[in-house]
Design a protein around this ligand. Structure first.
Ligand SMILES: Cc1ncc(COP(=O)(O)O)c(C=O)c1O
Length: 339
């Protein structure tokens, strides 16, 4: 296995455009809820999930039996592998995509089959290749929608196509960036027993540090998942924060609106600079700077702007998280200097 390389230390003081987080922070109602939740007694108790599960599942428009609260999407992925897969089972992922699919699969000895996004295909979703890769022995297909780091998203008819093509596999649609894209597969849950959906509070909601996510599927699938889940994997502060975050719709809607506007600004500015880039439905944009990638990333870092070199996936590519227009103006200004 390749070890995952976590963020470098000391990111808090910089403009964080490297991990697709919310770049301005969570809603103020979340920090208030966290402060109110903390007492010597509440800290002493094991967390309770009952009423939170009711509230959060109705937020997603599903029954509470159809959902598990997880320690981020990462626990959701791990739970799927632990619950339904054995050593030697086959998982199909697209490549590049979110690194943790391969990570948890490899920890469990699951065989990973990759379907590649191609530069000469303009990084469009490799649908035909994916459908061609599915066999009767495929146990799972994990897809990020929108995909990180390529940015593209697939439509509901395309998701149906995959679900129909892999009736005996579990199909995970990871909706970590759904707020920036607007297409959710939740409406398909009542039709497809093989569909799983993960959601996270780490991105638009600005709660990456608290580790809270959700896994949704049929009640019977989720019965198995919850059985295999550690009983107290999500702490009570994260639960209090998540309830406050979903209660402050306005904050997330405003942030998403701001990011989408700033994304158009970034796209236009990269165009002006003659830089190749790929259409994004998320809060990030992948662009190509050729052999200068490492130097540009390092010069931006020296100027206090963190972005991610993705050359290990596509030579010369850099991914920038989109935050506010003001932050993106700074990014473009520093990028232009580095160029
Ligand atoms: C596609 C995708 N899913 C999930 C995550 C992480 O989610 P969480 O913080 O909920 O574990 C990321 C983070 O980069 C991601 O890109």
């Amino acid at each position: 296995m390749q070890a995952y390389s976590p963020p470098t230390q000391g990111r808090g003081a910089a403009v964080r455009l490297d991990f697709n987080e919310n770049t301005v922070g969570c809603s103020p109602s979340v920090t208030v809820a966290v402060a109110q939740a903390l007492s010597a007694n509440s800290v002493a108790m094991y967390p309770e999930y009952g009423s939170a599960r009711e509230i959060i599942s109705s937020f997603f428009n599903v029954d509470s039996e159809q959902m598990a609260i997880t320690n981020g999407t990462d626990e959701a992925i791990q739970l799927l592998v632990n619950t339904f897969m054995d050593t030697g089972d086959e998982l199909i992922i697209t490549s590049p995509s979110y690194a943790m699919y391969r990570f948890y699969a490899e920890v469990s000895g699951v065989v990973v089959k990759e379907v590649k996004y191609l530069l000469h295909g303009n990084l469009s979703f490799p649908m035909n290749e994916l459908l061609g890769a599915i066999t009767p022995s495929t146990k799972a297909v994990f897809i990020a929608n929108p995909n990180n780091p390529t940015g593209g998203a697939i439509s509901i008819p395309e998701i149906r196509h995959i679900l129909d093509a892999a009736p005996n596999a579990m199909v995970l649609i990871d909706e970590a960036y759904v707020e920036f894209c607007g297409v959710t597969a939740i409406g398909l849950l009542h039709e497809y027993e093989n569909l799983f959906i993960s959601r996270t509070m780490s991105k638009a909601y600005g709660m990456a540090g608290l580790r809270c996510g959700f896994l949704l599927s049929s009640a019977s699938n989720m019965g198995w998942v919850r059985k295999a889940q550690s009983p107290y994997s999500v702490n009570f502060v994260a639960i209090a924060a998540a309830l406050a975050a979903i209660g402050d719709k306005e904050y997330v809607e405003n942030y998403v609106r701001e990011v989408i506007q700033a994304r158009s600004f970034v796209v236009a500015e990269l165009d002006r600079l003659g830089i190749q880039q790929f259409d994004s439905n998320g809060n990030f944009v992948l662009f190509m700077v050729g052999k200068h990638a490492e130097r540009i990333v390092s010069e931006l870092r020296n100027a206090g702007v963190l972005v991610r070199n993705r050359s290990h996936e596509f030579e010369g590519s850099v991914r920038v998280t989109v935050g506010t227009t003001e932050q993106m103006e700074l990014f473009i200004q520093e990028l232009e200097k580095a160029l």
